[in-house]
Write a protein that binds this ligand. Structure first.
Ligand code: MLT
Length: 268
């Protein structure tokens, strides 16, 4: 995926731009999950390129960006996206699509930069914070990653990311995800884990989201379950709930065609 580097001042951000650039089509910003990169959207970009202008960044420290040596928060990642739009002189309202950690960033973005949004799509993500046990697990993975490397995060996450059947049905899928994970620097992984452990809850603010919103979830997602995402959809006024069948936590990679169909039906 060819990316351009956009200068945000104190850092630059890699972004892939595709589709109808400056062609007056709706702009869609695709925000990746953890510990992945813009690459996770590569199976859906061709199909979305016909109808939209796509901006697909690597978040701070991930993908083609420099490793992140200092702490950051989910709000910092949202602020980076605002700066990215400013640097790219994008003033039109955009649709923001965030998956999992990208969804945590999307919650922060809609709270701070509501004026920039026309639509919000929350995929396989959570409004609630972690349990004390899950947060402690993240902190321990953060420590282990800094000692033994990215392997610690891959071992903790990979088995839970895709539906077990997808692993069998789509040979190569897990290897692609694994190589994306291994490409992520340990210090970025550690700081992102600490940031997610400290993220704020958006459960109470769901009823005040006033942007047209879609919730997409893989039927067998064990990280952000369909029950939890359905209850999130019920709390957001007029939210559209879409479930992708035979799929785990990664619909854009496990079921790209079905994902595109649901997304386009909402965005158009
Ligand atoms: C992700 O896919 O971004 C992660 O599952 C997020 C998380 O660890 O909560």
């Amino acid at each position: 995926m060819e990316k351009i580097q956009i200068d945000l001042g104190e850092r630059s951000l890699a972004v892939h731009r595709a589709g109808h650039i400056s062609g007056g089509k709706p702009i869609v910003l695709l925000v990746h999950g953890f510990p992945l990169s813009a690459e996770m959207w590569s199976d859906v970009i061709p199909a979305l390129s016909g109808d939209f202008e796509l901006l697909v960044p690597d978040l701070r420290g991930f993908g083609a960006n420099q490793a992140e040596e200092g702490p950051f928060s989910m709000a910092d990642l949202a602020q980076d996206l605002d700066k990215l739009l400013t640097a790219m002189r994008i003033n039109n309202s955009i649709a923001l699509v965030g998956l999992s950690m990208g969804g945590y960033v999307a919650f922060e973005f809609q709270e701070r930069f509501r004026h920039r949004l026309s639509k919000l799509v929350l995929c396989d993500t959570r409004a609630a914070v972690d349990s004390a046990e899950a947060a402690a697990g993240r902190l321990s993975v953060a420590d282990r990653v800094l000692t033994i490397g990215t392997k610690a995060a891959v071992e903790a996450m990979l088995p839970r990311l895709v539906w077990s059947e997808s692993t069998k049905r789509y040979p190569g899928l897990v290897a692609r995800i694994e190589s994306m994970m291994y490409a992520t620097h340990p210090s970025t992984i550690a700081h992102a884990q600490r940031a997610m452990a400290a993220r704020k809850s958006f459960v109470e603010s769901l009823p005040s989201i006033d942007i047209p919103t879609q919730i997409i979830v893989g039927q067998h997602d064990v990280i952000s379950t369909r029950e939890e995402m359905n209850s999130m959809a019920e709390k957001i006024p007029h939210a559209k709930f879409s479930m992708i069948s035979d799929c785990g936590h990664m619909p854009p990679m496990e079921k790209p065609q079905e994902f595109v169909k649901e997304l386009v039906a909402f965005l158009k």
